[in-house]
Design a binder for this molecule. Structure first.
Ligand code: MN
Length: 204
């Protein structure tokens, strides 16, 4: 029987030092190699557990198994999106074309979007993410404030840009100062990638 696919830690699209001074080499290395890797391992362990139970015709505690699986897969997916929507400051680019149009139309201005997104990220209770998502039904961008990796998510909304506000994302560089980390985040958003995400999704 062909072996089922499993998750793997993706390579970063830049070097560990390349986001400095906004995100340090140590911070990024630990975040990617330890924290993200842990979600990949956890997701694969969850899939293994299900596979094993099926082979042995054993019963599982479905509630806790699927809760863990959701946490770990979502952790892996969110981090993968996050790395791809970051870039060295010099290559950060800016919102253009359909993205700039959509943000301006929805929020009134790019500055207003930035403010709302920052406030969403700053006010996540505990650990989570802010995400700019896109509702295809309405053709409107909508901000999601995600708790953990997977709560308050609006299903099927495609994500354009995310920021990780787990303390593990910034404690080495900014201690407990989430606001300072968010200020730095805006310097390293890969707008070219975000532009592309929206363009790709509008094509379909
Ligand atoms: Mn993280």
């Amino acid at each position: 029987m062909e072996k089922a696919k499993t998750y793997a830690l993706p390579k970063l699209p830049y070097g560990y030092k390349d986001l400095e001074p906004h995100m340090s080499e140590t911070q990024l290395t630990i975040h990617h190699q330890k924290h993200h890797q842990a979600y990949v391992n956890g997701a694969n362990a969850g899939l293994d557990k299900l596979e094993k139970a099926r082979k042995e015709s054993a019963d599982l505690d479905m509630k806790s198994t699927l809760k863990d699986l959701s946490w770990n897969i979502a952790g892996h997916r969110m981090h993968s999106l996050f790395w791809e929507n970051l870039a060295p400051a010099a290559k950060s680019g800016k919102p253009t074309g359909p993205l700039l149009d959509a943000l301006t139309k929805e929020f009134g201005s790019f500055e207003r979007f930035k403010k709302e997104f920052t406030q969403a990220a700053a006010s996540v209770e505990g650990s989570g993410w802010a995400a700019l998502a896109y509702c295809r039904e309405l053709g409107r961008p909508i901000i999601m404030q995600v708790e953990k990796h997977n709560a308050n998510v609006i299903p099927t909304f495609r994500i354009l840009v995310v920021v990780d506000v787990f303390e593990h994302a910034y404690y080495i560089d900014y201690k407990n100062d989430r606001a300072k980390y968010l200020e730095a985040f805006w310097n390293i958003v890969n707008w070219n990638e975000v532009n592309k995400r929206l363009q790709d999704l509008l094509k379909k």
